[in-house]
Design a binder for this molecule. Structure first.
Ligand SMILES: Nc1ncnc2c1ncn2[C@@H]1O[C@H](COP(=O)(O)OP(=O)(O)O)[C@@H](O)[C@H]1O
Ligand SMILES: [Mg+2]
Length: 242
C-alpha cells in the first residue's frame, strides 16, 4: 500500500506565501482529485510535493519516507513523478527524445530503451510518431506523450496537473480514463482537474482548495453534481474577500 501524505504544507514564491498550510492524503489504487478556483494554489501544491516549488513548512511523506526539502530528482527517484500543467513536453524534441529526457534518471541506457519499448506497447500511437517533433503532435497525442513520459521511471505515485486541459470532450474523457486505469494498476494518483464532470466520474476522493487553504474533503458520491462543487468554490471565494 503506497500512501502519500502532505500535512500543513506552506509554500510560495519569493516573499509571497501561496499555500497557508494545506493537507492532502492519497493512496494507491485510487484517484484523488483536487479542485479549486483559478490561482488558489493547486499547481503550487503539486509542485511543492514534487520538489519543484520550495516548501516553507509542513511535511510530505511517501510511505513514511520524508520528501519535503529534497530536490526534485531525488523525489523522482523515490518513485513520485509529476506531469506538470500543460504536459511539459519539449515541442522541438521528437517523441523519442522527450521520452529519453523523462527517463534521464535511469542511469542505464539499455534499461531506458527497454522502458521506451514497453511504453510504445502501451501507447501504440506514440510508437508511430517516435521521430516526429512533439510540437507537431495533436493535442491528444501530446497528452499521451506527457503521460507516457511521467510513467517512464515506473513511479509508484504520479501527480497529474490538469491532464484533460485543452482536449475535446471525447479526448478529455479518454485522458481521465487513462489516469483511472493507472490507479487500477496500483499506481497512486493525485490529480488536479478543472473538468469537474469527467473528474467526478473517475475520482475516488476529492479535495477542494481555496485561497491556499483546504476548503472541502469528501467522496464524489457526497457531491450531488458539478454545480454543488462550484457552489463550494464560490462560497470559498466569497469568504476570501471578506
Ligand atoms: N512561478 C511563480 N512565481 C510567482 N507567482 C506564482 C508562480 N506560479 C504561480 N504563482 C502565483 O501563485 C498563485 C497560485 O498559482 P497556482 O498554484 O498556479 O494556482 P492554480 O493551479 O490553482 O490555478 C497565483 O496567484 C499565481 O499567480
Ligand atoms: Mg494550475
Amino acid at each position: 500500500m503506497t500512501r502519500l501524505v502532505a500535512s500543513n504544507v506552506v509554500a510560495g514564491y519569493g516573499a509571497v506565501e501561496i499555500l497557508h498550510g494545506v493537507s492532502v492524503q492519497a493512496g494507491d489504487g485510487e484517484v484523488t482529485c483536487i479542485f479549486g478556483p483559478n490561482g488558489c494554489g493547486k499547481s503550487t501544491l503539486l509542485g511543492a510535493v514534487a520538489g519543484i516549488v520550495d516548501i516553507w513548512g509542513g511535511e510530505v511523506e511517501l510511505d513514511g519516507e520524508p520528501l519535503a526539502g529534497k530536490p526534485a530528482h531525488a523525489i523522482l527517484k523515490s518513485g513520485l513523478a509529476l506531469m506538470p500543467q500543460g504536459g511539459g513536453v519539449f515541442p522541438q524534441l521528437s517523441v523519442r527524445e522527450n521520452l529519453r529526457v523523462g527517463g534521464h534518471t535511469l542511469s542505464d541506457g539499455r534499461m531506458l530503451d527497454q522502458r521506451i519499448g514497453e511504453l510504445i506497447d502501451e501507447f501504440p500511437r506514440l510508437g508511430e510518431r517516435l521521430s516526429v517533433p512533439a510540437g507537431n503532435l495533436s493535442g491528444g497525442e501530446q497528452m499521451m506523450l506527457a503521460i507516457a513520459r511521467a510513467l517512464i521511471v515506473k513511479p509508484r505515485f504520479i501527480l497529474f496537473d490538469e491532464p484533460s486541459a485543452g482536449l475535446s470532450p471525447k479526448l478529455a474523457a479518454e485522458a481521465l480514463d487513462r489516469v483511472a486505469a493507472l490507479a487500477r494498476r496500483g499506481i497512486g494518483v493525485l490529480m488536479v482537474e478543472q473538468n469537474i464532470r469527467e473528474a467526478l466520474r473517475v475520482a475516488d476522493r476529492i479535495y477542494v482548495l481555496a485561497g491556499g487553504h483546504n476548503r472541502y474533503e469528501g467522496r464524489p458520491e457526497d457531491i450531488a453534481d458539478g454545480r454543488q462543487l462550484m457552489d463550494i468554490y464560490l462560497g470559498a471565494a466569497a469568504e476570501d474577500e471578506r
